[in-house]
Design a protein. Structure first.
Length: 132
């Protein structure tokens, strides 16, 4: 009887501690942003934040571009190649495996550092793209 009680309590404890993938995504995004953001500027780019949007089930990365990249023309002609490289990086990202298995979306938004309201580049990847 004692074994049954211990197993029952262990099962209840495990169930009580289990959180949804969405809640985990929200916690991870918040923790990453609080610990790391804004990151130092590297290669004329800085990570500003990571946010999980529950309504769209999207992990949303926000970046600022500096120097020669901080200009609407800097990414002209690079967009398609850049998008494909980003998609390949997402496909290969082992750290995102749990979120990819949960069929979440991933959005990357690049803002101008001199005019933060200006979006210089934005891309969203859906499960139909990264699971190919």
């Amino acid at each position: 009887m004692r074994k049954v009680f211990v197993l029952l309590m262990a099962g209840m404890l495990f169930t009580a501690c289990n959180i949804s993938t969405e809640d985990y995504a929200k916690q991870q995004a918040k923790a990453y942003t609080e610990k790391n953001c804004p990151t130092p500027i590297r290669g004329n780019m800085r990570t500003d934040s990571l946010v999980y949007d529950e309504d769209t089930r999207t992990m949303h990365y926000y970046y600022s571009l500096y120097g020669t990249l901080d200009n609407p023309d800097s990414l002209n002609g690079r967009g398609d190649g850049m998008r494909e490289r980003m998609l390949q990086a997402l496909k290969n990202a082992g750290s995102m495996e749990q979120f990819k298995k949960a069929d979440m979306n991933f959005t990357y938004t690049y803002h101008s550092s001199s005019n933060p309201d200006t979006v210089l580049f934005e891309v969203t990847f859906r499960p139909s793209e990264y699971n190919k």
